[in-house]
Design a protein around this ligand. Structure first.
Ligand SMILES: Cc1ncc(COP(=O)(O)O)c(C=O)c1O
Length: 404
């Protein structure tokens, strides 16, 4: 276990249904360390002002803090140019931004958008909307029963018609870590633009956009210790410069007349209105916190817990784990025979254990597996093996109640 980490998270020492909280739903959102909570309240207590507007010290300080976080984010994902970092409200908005501002300008009837059957709804629905507007077609790389992508016949999917490829890096259902570098190389070989949905990977491992070679990368702050309402879109500057604006309003303009407007330079062209200032400050504190621990240690801890949980859960009779990729992250979806996932989650809740039950915003996966839902446990840097033992004990207890 990463030493003394839990003491930093006030909520982890609280109770759930009068039992010590066992929080195993970090794939949905993580808990926040005191350092992040303090950074947000201290911003409101001593530095609150709007950014990029005020000609006074408080506003200048707020602007400096806000822009410093842009630099930290750029460093964190391995790009030298902070202009490639756009602050959004989360992965969902980041993907919608590309769908709107790149897709609507560049896609034509019969062009193809390629995604996978493993996507979160936020990397499906924006493309469905884009096809309606542009006449482009949406195609899917299939998944195999073991929760990996079927890349056996790439020529079938990567063709001259493929203009955009958008793929999930780490599955929020199976935990599968997809071979994104290989997929990006396939996409490049046919001249397609690439987007990586890194909502589940950036929080858990060192991700380097230059090494991946992707054109865009999207992730959410709240899944990596930061507040809700803040996310990131990384984009190559040349592509961002050529894109049309997404939202119109203050800050994204260079000048406005009664008839028309011209656009601010990137990244501000894509940050219309008052931005999410306090959330950005919180994201900066979260990155500082993760950097102090070191992403290699964060990843190692996740992998240790994952291995332990896979063995422990596999020892429970009549429990099925979905997905068995050898390269996977710290999330496990499973079902127990004759116990509905919602019932299981409710019984676990009675023991203080918070897990997710449902379709995990990935209904095409559920359709493929012939299921309506699964139970999902996910782990982060503050979880312990003892908590996994508590999960397994509570599952066995519930199973016994349902088998009477
Ligand atoms: C893989 C993946 N992509 C996208 C999202 C959407 O993230 P957000 O709701 O923060 O926009 C999630 C959230 O669970 C996710 O797991």
């Amino acid at each position: 276990m990463l030493k003394n980490i839990r003491n930093d998270f006030p909520l982890l020492s609280s109770t759930n249904r009068a039992k010590p909280l066992v929080y195993l739903d970090s794939a949905a959102t993580t808990q926040k360390p005191r350092q992040v909570i303090d950074a947000v309240s201290s911003f409101y207590e001593s530095n609150n002002a709007n950014v990029h507007r005020g000609i006074y010290q408080l506003s200048e300080q707020a602007t400096k803090s806000y822009e410093n976080v842009r630099k930290s984010v750029a460093d964190f994902i391995g790009t030298a140019d902070p202009r490639s970092i756009i602050f959004t409200s989360g992965t969902t908005e980041s993907i919608n931004l590309v769908a709107y501002a790149w897709g609507r300008k560049n896609l034509k009837p019969r062009d193809e958008i390629l995604i996978t059957e493993m996507e979160h709804h936020s990397n499906i629905v924006p493309w469905q909307l884009t096809t309606r507007e542009t006449g482009a077609n949406l195609r899917y790389i299939p998944i195999l029963k073991n929760g990996t992508l079927d890349l056996s016949d790439p020529e079938k999917y990567f063709t001259k018609k493929t203009k955009l490829v958008s793929i999930i890096h780490q599955s929020n259902v199976f935990g599968t870590i997809n071979p994104v570098k290989q997929i990006i190389d396939y996409a490049k070989s046919v001249g397609a633009i690439t987007i990586v949905d890194a909502a589940q990977s950036v929080p858990h491992a060192n991700i380097n956009v230059e090494e991946l070679g992707c054109d865009f990368l999207a992730f959410s702050g709240h899944k990596m210790l930061a507040p809700t309402g803040i996310g990131v879109l990384y984009g190559k500057t040349k592509i961002l410069e050529e894109m049309i604006p997404f939202l119109g309003g203050g800050e994204m303009i260079s000048s406005v007349s009664m008839e028309s407007a011209t656009w601010n330079e990137i990244p501000y062209k894509f940050e219309a209105g008052t931005p999410k200032i306090a959330q950005v400050i919180g994201l900066g504190a979260a990155i500082e916190y993760l950097n102090k621990i070191g992403m290699d240690d964060v990843q190692k801890h996740g992998q240790d817990l994952l291995k332990y949980a896979l063995i422990s859960l596999s020892n429970i009779p009549e429990l099925t784990i979905y997905g068995d990729s050898t390269n996977r992250g710290a999330v496990i979806s499973f079902n127990v025979d004759n116990v509905h996932p919602h019932d299981l989650a409710q019984f676990l809740d009675q023991d203080g254990i918070a897990v997710r039950a449902g379709h995990h915003c990935a209904q095409p996966i559920m359709t493929k597996l012939g299921l309506s839902s699964t139970t999902r446990a996910s782990f982060y840097l503050y979880n312990t093996k003892k908590e996994i033992d508590a999960l397994c004990e509570s599952i066995v207890k519930t199973k016994n109640i349902f088998s009477i």
